[in-house]
Design a protein around this ligand. Structure first.
Ligand code: RP5
Length: 163
């Protein structure tokens, strides 16, 4: 979302190659009217960019970080180590191991530094957007109403007939 509204959610990913997955988080936030920003931030290739992003996130007004990465997916955990904001991790499906590597390296955080880990791939990215919206909706009644309407429309859109 590129407008004048300050972003509340930061959607970061380890590589441009993650965008095809992570765009679903961004699109979900857009559908719910949640101001957000999207950035490539790699734990391994741009560690100082990660440090600056995570350290500065709360001060810039971000409330939630969604971090997606694949393979040795250290981005969500390292971001969480440097901010007290809630960090939602999206395991991106890798070619070699179908995202199991991403999932396990995101979900198995040591006690003390939490990452809320979602499902592998598109579903996880969508749900990260929804979960970020749910967190923000705790203190935003208008967003809570939009989220409720989104869920009602989803329910309404499920057909009874399988074919
Ligand atoms: C991770 O390595 C990224 O999150 C991406 O999922 C994976 C592959 O990156 P590229 O080689 O496609 O840039 O850091």
């Amino acid at each position: 979302m590129t407008n004048d509204i300050a972003p509340l959610v930061g959607v970061i990913m380890g590589s441009r190659s993650d965008w095809e997955t992570m765009r679903h988080a961004a699109e979900t936030l857009t559908a719910l009217g949640v101001p957000h920003e999207t950035r490539v931030v790699s734990a391994h290739r741009t560690p100082e960019r990660l440090f600056d992003y995570a350290r500065g996130a709360a001060g810039r007004g971000l409330k939630v970080i969604i971090a997606g990465a694949g393979g040795a997916a250290h981005l969500p955990g390292m971001a969480a180590s440097m901010t007290a904001l809630p960090v939602l991790g999206v395991p991106v499906e890798s070619h070699a191991l179908k995202g199991m590597d991403s999932l396990l390296s995101i979900v198995q955080m040591p006690g003390g530094i939490p990452v809320g880990t979602l499902a592998i791939g598109r579903a996880g990215a969508i749900n990260a957007g929804l979960l970020a919206a749910s967190i923000l909706a705790l203190s935003d009644a208008a967003l809570a109403a939009r989220l409720s309407a989104w869920r009602a429309a989803q329910t309404e859109g499920v057909p009874h007939d399988p074919a």
